[in-house]
Design a protein around this ligand. Structure first.
Ligand SMILES: [Fe+2]
Ligand SMILES: [Fe+2]
Length: 296
């Protein structure tokens, strides 16, 4: 394995940890069942104080002002060759756990807990095993943080670059500082794309979704790849935006993305999964679909 060389300046990493972004998304899209009972909602998910709000706001300011079309092309070139390291899939899960949340006394393994809880919730509902596998690996692309990428290039709601930013994107006002706002070609509704072009031709803001899609794109059924590639594309799967760039096939596949999202958002619970008990099942599942060594 490569040794870590994390030199991103603290100003580029305002979040205390990556879960802070996920917790913020949950405040925007609370679990429908819990809405009726605010007390239950509060108990289930951490309440957010103003300090957290400020760090999340700063995170989105950095994201929206720096995710340009040129930046995305550069990141695709840098990372999608997958020439950095090779690991077994389970080693990759353990590697991701180096992103430990020091501030959370409840768990030493926040990333693994989230992956296993998501996968177990999908399994409990009787979905196909490749859907369960998506639960287990969908966030593995967050290892980008361990490859010296700033938080704003790893997590956050994703959106197409090279065309107008939907005003349904959270903290839309921060796009005012994005240099692409000065390029009229990028500011029409379809921008550099054409109506109904299909998402396969669209460049998304850079982050863990797109990266992980490239890691596994040769091995999984197409619905699984859509779920991995677009699970943070909240402007589309929760706000219905960017229909103009989709074709009918994308719309059909987005049923799967929408089916996955509640598991990602709402499967968190206080009981940590029993890793030793679950590991044999998940190692067999990884081996069924993925090669013994994965390139990152
Ligand atoms: Fe994610
Ligand atoms: Fe997730």
């Amino acid at each position: 394995m490569l040794e870590q060389d994390v030199t991103v300046s603290p100003e580029q990493n305002p979040l205390k940890n990556l879960e802070e972004w996920e917790a913020f998304v949950l405040t925007r899209y609370p679990e429908p069942d819990k809405l009726a009972d605010p007390a239950k909602n509060k108990e289930a998910y951490r309440d957010h104080d103003n300090t957290t709000r400020d760090t999340v706001r700063e995170f989105y300011r950095l994201n929206h002002s720096q995710q340009t079309y040129a930046y995305v092309l550069e990141k695709e070139k840098q990372h999608t060759g997958l020439n950095r390291m090779m690991m077994t899939p389970w080693q990759a899960i353990e590697y991701l756990n180096q992103l430990v949340d020091d501030s959370d006394p409840d768990t030493d393994l926040p990333q693994l807990d989230h992956l296993l809880q998501t996968a177990e919730a999908i399994r409990a509902d009787g979905h196909p095993d490749w859907f369960v596998l998506v639960g287990l690996i969908h966030d593995l692309g967050k290892i980008l943080c361990l490859f010296d990428e700033p938080q704003w290039a790893v997590v956050g709601d994703t959106f197409p670059v090279g065309c107008r930013y939907s005003d349904k994107i959270v903290y839309h006002e921060f796009f005012a500082a994005n240099p692409d706002m000065q390029n009229p070609e990028y500011q029409t509704e379809c921008g550099v794309y054409h109506e109904g072009a299909g998402l396969a031709t669209v460049h998304m803001s850079w982050g863990h979704d797109e990266y992980m899609y490239h890691v596994v794109k040769d091995y999984l059924p197409e619905p699984a790849l859509y779920m991995i590639r677009y699970h943070s594309f909240y402007p589309a799967h929760h706000e219905g935006q960017y229909q103009n760039l989709m074709n009918d096939h994308d719309r059909a596949m987005f049923r799967w993305v929408e089916a996955f999202s509640p598991y990602d958002l709402y499967s968190k619970n206080a009981t940590p999964p029993n890793v030793n008990e679950l590991k044999p099942y998940y190692e067999a599942l990884l081996a069924k679909y993925l090669p013994p060594m994965l390139r990152f």
